[in-house]
Design a protein around this ligand. Structure first.
Ligand code: 5RP
Length: 293
């Protein structure tokens, strides 16, 4: 039966202008649809920010406190975060393939903590085919700016970003802070910019004094690592300061899974990142969940 016979009228919406959206992730306006679609799984399109949960520590540190059993510790946190960041081995073995959240796979390896100096540059632990097979939304590469592994790690970053661009998978460049690297505004200005210019679609770095300049000078979103475990109010304060200064989220590990209430911390961080809660309001969220036991 034809449309005319069925009396169905065509409507070309001639009065409606064509859809033209400004893509909400910094520096990703030029990317193609697949890359933007993955970016929109990483970054909440409303807030433009993300809560990534990092549990990749075992790749150099072995069974870190709080991650002795990833299959026990991490799955209960999935509802509270946007992205799960781990190695291919941990994600495959410990997370349910039915989960709907985005995954960021750490695709490089480095020397373990048994060596005095880990910053030699490492190699590829998960190639692009494996990342695609695992349905990765993002690939993370550790880089060592100002250390012996600088050249090697920048090569791995650039190669990963090229492969990611080919298949529409964003690359997260991770700024490592090893023995020789300072934690100054000057260092982070240099390191974050170098990673972005060598192809990282997202940069993971650390909060520092003058962070607003670091964020402004980086053409792609910066997410901050948490670093060693702090008392909960201090960790929330740091996350809040970072967001206020231009970070687009966190990629936090120990300050969540080593907390006495990991779910409360993950929820509280989410409120800061997505809903502009103050550290005090976020602490109340953490305490409420902790007190419920
Ligand atoms: C180290 C990493 C780790 O994933 C990250 O730093 C761990 O998070 P946290 O410091 O918050 O425990 O990228 O290079």
């Amino acid at each position: 039966m034809t449309d005319a016979a069925a009396k169905v009228l065509h409507d070309y919406h001639l009065d409606v202008p064509p859809r033209q959206e400004v893509f909400p992730v910094k520096g990703a306006g030029h990317c193609d649809w697949g890359m933007q679609n993955r970016m929109a799984r990483l970054f909440n399109p409303k807030s433009g920010n993300t809560v990534m949960l990092a549990f990749d520590h075992g790749y150099i540190m072995g069974p870190t406190a709080g991650l002795e059993r990833i299959d026990v510790t991490i799955p209960p946190l999935i509802p509270y975060v946007d992205v799960l960041m781990g190695t291919k081995g941990a994600i495959r073995a410990c997370l349910p393939p039915t989960m709907q959240k985005a995954k960021c796979i750490r695709v490089t390896y480095d020397a373990t903590v048994l060596y005095d100096e880990m910053s030699n540059g490492g190699g590829i632990a998960c190639d692009i085919e494996n990342a695609i097979r695992m349905n990765a939304d993002c690939m993370a590469v550790q880089t060592f700016i100002g250390a012996p592994g600088e050249s090697r790690s920048l090569e791995l970053l650039a190669r990963t970003a090229d492969a990611g661009a080919r298949y529409g998978i964003p690359t997260l460049g991770v700024v490592a802070v090893g023995k020789q690297m300072e934690r100054t505004e000057k260092f982070f200005l240099l390191a974050t910019r170098v990673l972005a210019e060598n192809g990282a679609n997202i940069v993971k770095s650390y909060y520092c004094e003058g962070f607003e300049k670091v964020a402004a000078a980086c053409p792609v979103p910066i997410v901050i690592a948490g670093g060693k475990k702090l008392p909960e109010p201090e960790a929330l304060e740091m996350a809040w300061r970072a967001i206020q200064s231009g970070a687009h989220g966190v990629d936090m590990g120990r300050n969540i899974f080593q907390s006495d209430c990991p779910q409360g911390m993950a929820a509280a961080i989410g409120k800061i990142v997505h809903e502009s809660y103050t550290p005090k309001q976020a602490l109340e969220v953490y305490e409420e969940i902790r007190n419920k036991g």
